[in-house]
Design a protein around this ligand. Structure first.
Ligand SMILES: [Fe+2]
Length: 273
């Protein structure tokens, strides 16, 4: 049946791990919007949650780096990082292997995609789940787009993948919710960590929530690297959501640069009509 929910949020490890170091007012406002996103997600009564993320070398490395990968495991485990560092307890997260198999089969009609029957979630998926499915009772289908190591999949291919993912979700009888999770401008694990290009982020988010395909696909990797850092390559996760909700627009519920979290933090929804 048609997708029942779509949204986007940030996943920086500082959001949970360095929460105590942030300005409490802005942190609590971010958390309030994560809660709001969870309420909206729950209100859509999903049977499964597809999370389009950008994992960070925890599962996919230089020996084998798929541009796109969909999980097909009975369960996942996360976070892979130190629990105290991330302030999230490690646990098993239920998968939806049969649904994954059907989604992958359908996506393959339009796009080549890798699949994985083993996957340990890093903060890229663990942080969103911490806020959005705190009881860990909603089966998850993880989707990864390589946003880390060039050569990266071109943005127009990301769009094609997002459309294929939507077609696959709509063809399934389950009620499926979709969350994209990435950072916009950020420079993690570099001396510039904590820097945020707010103007770039706000301009990108305006294009995202208004689902302006031409504008979203006009970015070059060189421009993104210059203005938004290597972390900015994660715009692919947002673009996949925009493609999956092509023709619809969304709402930006929260955006604020939070340097101690090393990113501008975002919470947004997208229409699914
Ligand atoms: Fe990331």
């Amino acid at each position: 049946m048609p997708l029942v929910f779509a949204g986007a949020c940030s996943h920086a490890p500082g959001i949970t791990g360095r929460a105590h170091l942030a300005d409490p007012e802005i942190r609590d406002e971010l958390y309030r919007h994560f809660d709001r996103l969870r309420d909206a997600l729950e209100a859509s009564r999903p049977d499964a949650l597809v999370v389009v993320g950008a994992e960070h070398f925890a599962n996919f490395f230089f020996d084998n780096m798929p541009a796109y990968c969909v999980g097909m495991a009975d369960f996942y485990e996360g976070p892979i990082e130190d629990e105290a560092w991330l302030a999230i307890e490690r646990r098993r997260i239920p998968g939806a292997p049969e649904l994954s198999r059907r989604l992958i089969t359908r996506i393959l009609e339009d796009c080549d995609v890798a699949y994985a029957q083993e996957w340990k979630f890093d903060h890229g998926i663990s942080v969103p789940l911490h806020f959005l499915t705190p009881r860990y009772d909603l089966p998850v289908v993880p989707v990864n787009i390589n946003c880390q190591e060039p050569p990266l999949t071109p943005l127009h291919r990301t769009w094609a993948f997002g459309r294929a993912l939507r077609k696959a979700c709509d063809a399934a009888p389950e009620r499926i919710a979709l969350i994209g999770t990435g950072g916009i401008s950020h420079w993690p694990a570099t001396p510039d960590s904590g820097m945020v290009n707010e103007a770039f982020d706000r301009d990108f988010l305006d294009k995202f929530v208004n689902n302006r395909k031409e504008d979203l696909l006009a970015y070059t990797d060189e421009e993104v690297y210059r203005d938004a850092g290597h972390g900015g390559f994660e715009i692919r996760t947002f673009i996949a959501v925009a493609a999956a909700t092509e023709g619809a627009t969304g709402e930006l519920w929260f955006y604020a640069p939070i340097p101690i979290f090393a990113v501008g933090c975002t919470v947004a929804t997208m229409g699914v009509q």
